[in-house]
Design a protein around this ligand. Structure first.
Ligand code: NAG
Ligand code: NAG
Length: 343
């Protein structure tokens, strides 16, 4: 049976092996993509709609027992989710404030997740990554299949691939990249089980991500992580990711990098590599009020309040929109790919 360890060294599987995992009442297969490098990368599959489209919401930095407008935003997510007939929800991390979950029985799981995102349209699979606040609790609790028994929507893994026909999502565990959590943890305790020794973890993750991206034949490549790479917000850019992750995204023609961490909504198009940097970190506490200068040619949206994002994607076009607490569209964008493109 599949374990929570996604970037696995296990060579017993061959690439035809399909292991079935029951998530959310539908059967999602787990695929093992054989790369030419030594690692085999486990990935999940999600079906696309009959019209060969896919739609989903993205929310980040949310779990505050409904406070800071988390509940109000959840209501709007439900309305938009229904309108777009979403297939799933992506969480960009910082799922439970302030310090993750204490254990799998932490009532915060219900108080900040199950009892908040109650709309029928949000009763879809949630694909979650961990944020830095999640690492301050029992990190293994969020990764535990026990949570899926409490709420079948829940799926949180450290790093994994989600394959949906023409689009592939690469979820990356970004917290271990950030030096300060190791060198200056202040009064916080981080749960680094499964991460140490850090250098090995990071080099394997980078190598496996690079290899998976290089071998991906998907039309669209979307990388999802908690931390920012390009951001004009409170935290700004994450230098470690600029030096260690960005070159991998550039080398492999990634279309989107989607993140949270800064509690705002942002859309930045890198003028050098054309990568779209989408921040959706407005799931609850927002309005930090500090914005750094960013090249206005690149910065298409900066909104400092609560909000979330949607994406509707087909082989030819990716449309994405940003919504505020009242469900108003703040900004939308459309990106298309030529079907006859030879690259
Ligand atoms: C909640 O949203 C309203 C706008 O609907 C805003 O005025 C208020 O400041 C927000 N509250 C918090 C705590 O962010
Ligand atoms: C994307 O947006 C364009 C322009 O607004 C629209 O014509 C098209 O139908 C949209 N496609 C999808 C898949 O939502």
């Amino acid at each position: 049976m599949a374990s929570a360890s996604i970037f696995s060294d296990d060579h017993d599987h061959n690439n035809k092996t399909l292991v079935f995992l029951f998530l959310f009442g539908v059967t999602l297969s787990i695929c093992f993509l054989n790369s030419s490098a030594s690692a085999e990368i486990q990935c999940l599959r999600h079906p696309v709609k009959a019209d060969r489209s896919l739609s989903f919401l993205v929310v980040g930095d949310w779990g505050r027992r409904g406070l800071y407008n988390q509940s109000e935003l959840a209501l709007q997510m439900g309305i938009v989710g229904e309108k777009l007939d979403i297939d799933f929800v992506i969480s960009t991390g910082d799922n439970f404030y302030e310090d993750g979950l204490t254990d799998v029985n932490d009532p915060a799981f219900y108080e900040s997740f199950s009892n908040i995102y109650t709309a029928p349209s949000l009763h879809k699979q949630w694909y979650n990554v961990l944020g830095n606040h999640d690492y301050r609790g029992d990190v293994l609790a969020q990764l535990s299949p026990d949570l899926r028994e409490k709420d079948k929507r829940w799926l949180c893994l450290r790093s994994f691939i989600l394959h949906a026909e023409f689009v592939e999502f690469f979820f990356v565990d970004t917290t271990p990249f950030v030096d300060a959590y190791f060198t200056h943890p202040k009064d916080h305790t981080y749960d680094w089980r499964g991460v140490l020794p850090r250098e090995n973890y990071l080099s394997k993750l980078s190598k496996d991500l690079n290899s998976a991206l290089r071998h991906s034949t998907a039309k669209w490549k979307i990388v999802v992580g908690h931390h920012t790479i390009k951001s004009a917000g409170h935290h700004g850019i994450t230098q470690e990711l600029v030096s260690q992750l960005l070159p991998i995204l550039e080398e492999n023609n990634v279309d989107f990098y989607v993140n949270g961490h800064d509690h705002c909504l942002e859309h930045i198009i890198d003028s050098k590599n054309q990568i779209q940097f989408l921040t959706s970190g407005g799931g609850s506490k927002a309005w930090r009020g500090d914005i750094k200068w960013w090249n206005p040619e690149e910065l298409k949206l900066y909104y400092d309040g609560q909000g979330f994002m949607s994406m509707e994607i087909t082989e030819e076009v990716a449309n994405f929109s940003y919504y505020d607490i009242s469900g108003n569209i703040l900004h939308k964008w459309s990106l298309s790919k030529k079907l006859d493109s030879s690259v």
